[in-house]
Design a protein around this ligand. Structure first.
Ligand code: EPU
Length: 420
C-alpha cells in the first residue's frame, strides 16, 4: 500500500512557481462512456492519467470496445458493431461514474445489467433517479441479488423531472436521449460545465442537444453518432484544490491551464477570506496572506461552492481567524474527516451530518492518517503541508483516483512530499 509522506511548512509560505492543471476527471469519464453512442470510433485528448480513467477503459474493454493508448494523454476507442450489455461487477462497483454507462448501453442494446455503483464513500449515493428515469423511458427493471437489469425494446423519449440536481443523472439521460426514439425533455438538470462540455462534443458529432448548462435540456433522438474527437476540459476541482493550497502555503503560485470562469464560487470565497488573487486568461496567481479571516461555507450545486472542495477548504478555515460554519448541503456523509483534523489539533465541532463549526487559527501537528476518499484525502495532504512536523497519508490510491502524480507536481513548486 502506498502512502504520501509530507513534511509540513509549519505555517510558512513556500510554494512558488507554475502549477499546471490537468484534464477534468468528471468530464473525461463521461466522454469515455459516450463512446457507446458512436458507430465506429472516438478519440479523447488531454485525458488525465488517473486510476478512474483507467478503470473506465477496462469496463469499456469488457463491453467489447478496443481501447488504444496513443501516448501524450490520448486514447482511441474503437467501438464494435455489437456492444456488450453487462457492466463488469467488480470494476463498476468501485467507480461511481460507471453508472453513466447505463444510459448509452441501454439505449443502444435495449439491455443493461450493472451492480450498485461504488466510488467515494460520501453518503448514501442512491440511484433511484436513474431507475425511475429509465422506467419512464419504457424500460423494465429486474433487481437481482447483486445487480440491476434493465430491458426494453427501445428507449422512448419522454419528459423527466429530476427530484435532485444530479450531475451523473443529467449526463446519463442526456446520452440516453441521443439514441432514444423521439424527444427527451429533462427538467431540474444539474448545470456543471462538464455537462455542457459533453453536450458540445456530442452535438459536434451529430447529436441534437439543447439547453445543456441550464436546468432544462431537450434531446432529439438522432441515432448512432459519427466519429468524434473530444478534448478534455480543465479540471475545475483540481484547480480549486490548488487554489486552496496556494491560499495557505503559496508565495506567488501560478495555477495555469485552468478556466477561471468555472471557479468563481471558490475565488469569491477566498477573496472574502482575505486572499489576494490575480485572475488572467487561463491562469490564476495566488499568494497566502499574512492572516486569513473566517468565512461561512455552504456547498451548493454548480455554480455554487462545490461539495468536492468542502474538505480542503475546511483545512483553510482551521487557519482563519474566527468561527466558520461549514454547511454541506449535497451529501450527508462528508464531514467525518474533521475528526482527523481534530486529532491534528483543529478546534472543530461536528454539529450534525451536514454542519460543523471550525474555530481558528490553530496550529496543526503532523500525524499518520488514512485517506477515506478522494477529496478528504486531498484535504489531509493540504493539512500536512500546513502542519508542524511530518504527516503520513495512507491509501495514496484514493488520492491517485483524481489527482495525477500529485506528489511530483507539488514537489515541483517546493512542497516536501514523496510517495512511500
Ligand atoms: N441523488 C439522489 N438519487 C440519485 C442520484 C443522486 O437522490 O439517483 C442525490 C445524491 O444523494 C446527492 C445529489 O443527488 O444528494 C447530488 O448527487 P449527484 O448525483 O450529482 O452526484 P454524482 O453525480 O454521483 C458527481 C461527481 C461527484 C460530485 C457530485 C456533486 C462524478 C463521477 N461524480 O457525482 O464527484 O461530488 O457530482 O457535484 O461526476 C469527486 O469527483 O470526488 C466526486 C465525488
Amino acid at each position: 500500500m502506498e502512502s504520501f509522506l509530507v513534511k509540513g511548512f509549519g505555517g510558512r509560505k513556500k510554494l512558488k512557481g507554475v502549477l499546471p492543471v490537468m484534464g477534468a476527471k468528471n468530464a473525461v469519464l463521461k466522454a469515455q462512456a459516450a463512446g457507446i453512442l458512436f458507430k465506429d470510433e472516438i478519440i479523447i485528448e488531454n485525458a488525465p492519467f488517473i486510476e478512474d480513467v483507467l478503470k473506465m477503459n477496462e469496463i469499456l474493454s469488457g463491453l467489447g470496445v478496443m481501447v488504444e493508448d496513443m501516448g501524450e494523454r490520448t486514447f482511441v476507442f474503437k467501438i464494435p458493431k455489437s456492444v456488450g450489455g453487462d457492466l463488469s461487477g467488480e470494476l463498476a462497483k468501485t467507480l461511481r461514474a460507471s453508472i453513466v454507462l447505463t444510459g448509452p448501453v441501454l439505449a443502444r442494446n435495449g439491455y443493461v445489467s450493472f451492480p450498485h455503483p461504488g466510488g467515494c464513500v460520501i453518503g448514501k449515493r442512491p440511484i433511484d433517479i436513474f431507475l425511475d428515469g429509465f422506467k419512464k423511458m419504457g424500460a423494465k427493471l429486474k433487481t437481482k441479488k447483486n445487480s440491476y437489469v434493465l430491458e426494453c425494446e427501445y428507449l422512448k423519449g419522454t419528459e423527466i423531472f429530476f427530484k435532485a440536481q444530479s450531475m451523473t443523472a443529467t449526463e446519463t439521460f442526456m446520452m440516453a436521449g441521443v439514441l432514444a426514439k423521439g424527444i427527451t425533455i429533462l427538467k431540474n438538470c444539474a448545470c456543471e460545465p462538464e455537462i455542457s462540455s459533453l453536450a458540445g462534443f456530442l452535438n459536434s458529432c451529430g447529436a441534437d442537444i439543447k439547453g445543456a448548462g441550464t436546468h432544462t435540456i431537450i434531446v432529439k433522438g438522432t441515432g448512432l453518432l459519427k466519429k468524434g474527437i473530444y478534448r478534455t476540459m480543465p479540471d475545475r476541482l483540481e484547480a480549486g484544490s490548488f487554489l486552496i493550497i496556494g491560499a495557505l502555503c503559496g508565495k506567488d503560485l501560478k495555477i495555469t491551464g485552468c478556466e477561471p470562469a468555472h471557479l468563481e464560487a471558490v475565488t469569491d470565497l477566498l477573496i472574502r477570506a482575505g486572499v489576494k488573487i490575480k485572475i488572467g486568461d487561463g491562469f490564476i496567481s495566488i499568494s497566502a496572506p499574512a492572516s486569513l479571516m473566517a468565512v461561512d461555507l455552504k456547498t451548493h450545486e454548480y455554480p455554487g461552492f462545490p461539495t468536492d472542495l468542502q474538505a480542503p477548504l475546511a483545512v483553510l478555515l482551521t487557519q482563519s481567524t474566527g468561527k466558520s460554519l461549514v454547511f454541506e448541503t449535497v451529501f450527508e456523509g462528508r464531514l467525518d474527516y474533521i475528526n482527523d483534523l481534530k486529532r491534528m489539533g483543529a478546534d472543530a465541532v461536528i454539529c450534525d451530518q451536514h454542519r460543523a463549526i471550525i474555530n481558528g487559527p490553530i496550529k496543526l501537528t503532523g500525524r499518520v492518517m488514512d485517506s477515506p476518499d478522494l477529496r478528504a484525502g486531498l484535504a489531509f495532504l493540504t493539512a500536512g503541508l500546513v502542519a508542524d512536523g511530518e504527516s503520513v497519508i495512507n491509501n495514496a490510491y484514493n488520492i491517485d483516483r483524481g489527482y495525477e502524480k500529485i506528489e511530483e507536481r507539488l514537489a515541483a513548486v517546493g512542497a516536501e512530499i514523496k510517495r512511500i
